[in-house]
Write a protein that binds this ligand. Structure first.
Ligand code: UT7
Length: 332
């Protein structure tokens, strides 16, 4: 039997309309545009502020656009994986809600909790499923309503995050394209540095946890920054090295968008020029599991069939990874 490769055949995305810019943020907490731009590189982020809407709403919009763009019948979809850290509910899964709303009645669905690495981990799973020959159409969606766990009284975290979703369709081909290689890791060192303290089974919600503001993102930024730079750079270098990828034959790096200084450090380690890094952090902030597919969505028109892409991410856990993807189509 011919070897099956797993390719991305389309991208859909959605960001909410409301724009929270640095100007408005600086009226909420003691911060300013200069600090945020210099230290993080974010100008504005999108916020889903309609009452009662959660991550599944963002995911639904992105997946619906993907189905339309690729001319896919919802009944043809075999599986949906949603990478999210901000599910609508503890249970049922956010993906089950999306399946129901969009009529993906022949799909099984699951959520992937791997924080900002969720898209990479999910892609690796989807690629294996497609390469096995048992699944023909798998959707991977990164979707986050980060604003639901941001403390807008905490200046050390509230400028960083935004909401959004983007989804890709993964299908088989016998051409030499698609998901070629990955190195993914989870080290278990991250809990003290990046977590939400309450709301889970270890510390269920109570008056105490609400009074002590324990349902928000807690991050020790400096420590996370160091781990992010080291791990993203190391794994990216390893994936590049073992696949013979260099600044000459790599079309783009597609990094998780947490901090422009992290992105630049990873690019410097790989000796990649600025024009070869896909960056949209300035407009969306850190959208966690959605940030890599949102970058693919934003820059889809620039990508050409056969382009070598290096994807890399770092997130809570800690989770980290790098992957080599050969882009499979030109956008008309
Ligand atoms: O997405 C997955 C994982 N997350 C990441 O990868 C994020 C990694 N960490 C980071 O990106 C950075 O550490 C941050 C952007 C979170 C913070 O940047 P930093 O350069 O590490 O700043 P810092 O926390 O060390 O703070 C430096 C100074 C402090 O003042 P002092 O103590 O030097 O007087 C802070 O109080 O900046 C101050 N500061 C602010 N000033 C204005 C912190 N937040 C702000 C703010 N506006 N919003």
């Amino acid at each position: 039997m011919e070897q099956l490769n797993a390719i991305i055949t389309g991208v859909g995305g959605y960001v909410p309309e409301y724009v929270l810019n640095n100007e408005e943020l600086s009226r909420m907490v003691d911060t300013n545009d200069e600090w945020i731009m210099a230290r993080v590189g974010i100008k504005e982020r999108r916020i889903l502020n309609e009452e009662g809407l959660g991550t599944s709403y963002l995911a639904r919009k992105a997946v619906r656009q993907l189905l339309t763009k690729t001319g896919t019948d919802p009944l043809e979809v075999d599986a949906l994986i949603i990478a999210t850290t901000t599910p609508d509910y503890h249970f049922p899964s956010t993906s089950s809600i999306v399946v129901g709303k969009l009529g993906l009645h022949n799909a099984f669905a699951l959520d992937m909790q791997a924080a900002c690495c969720g898209f990479l981990f999910s892609m690796d799973q989807a690629a294996s499923m497609v390469q096995s020959g048992r699944y023909k159409k798998v959707i991977v969606c990164g979707a986050e309503k980060m604003s639901s766990m941001v403390d807008y009284n905490d200046r050390s975290t509230c400028p960083l995050f935004g909401d959004g979703a983007a989804a890709v369709l993964v299908e088989p081909t016998t051409e030499d394209l698609g998901w070629k290689d990955s190195i993914l890791r989870t080290d278990g060192k991250g809990l003290p540095f990046l977590c939400m303290h309450a709301g889970g089974s270890a510390c269920p919600p109570s008056h105490y946890t609400v009074d002590h503001r324990m349902h928000y993102i807690h991050q020790e930024g400096k420590t996370v920054f160091k781990y992010a730079v080291t791990n993203m750079s190391d794994l990216s270098a390893q994936v590049a090295q073992r696949n013979g990828l260099t600044k000459e034959n790599l079309a783009y790096i597609v990094p998780h968008q947490a901090n422009i200084r992290i992105i630049e450090a990873v690019a410097a380690r790989l000796d990649m020029p600025k024009e070869k890094i896909l960056v949209n952090i300035e407009r969306y902030g850190n959208t966690s599991g959605a940030s890599i597919p949102l970058a693919l969505w934003d820059y889809e028109r620039m990508l050409k069939k056969g382009d070598n892409l290096l994807l890399t991410a770092f997130g809570a856990g800690f989770t980290y990874g790098a992957a080599y993807l050969k882009w499979a189509y030109d956008t008309k």
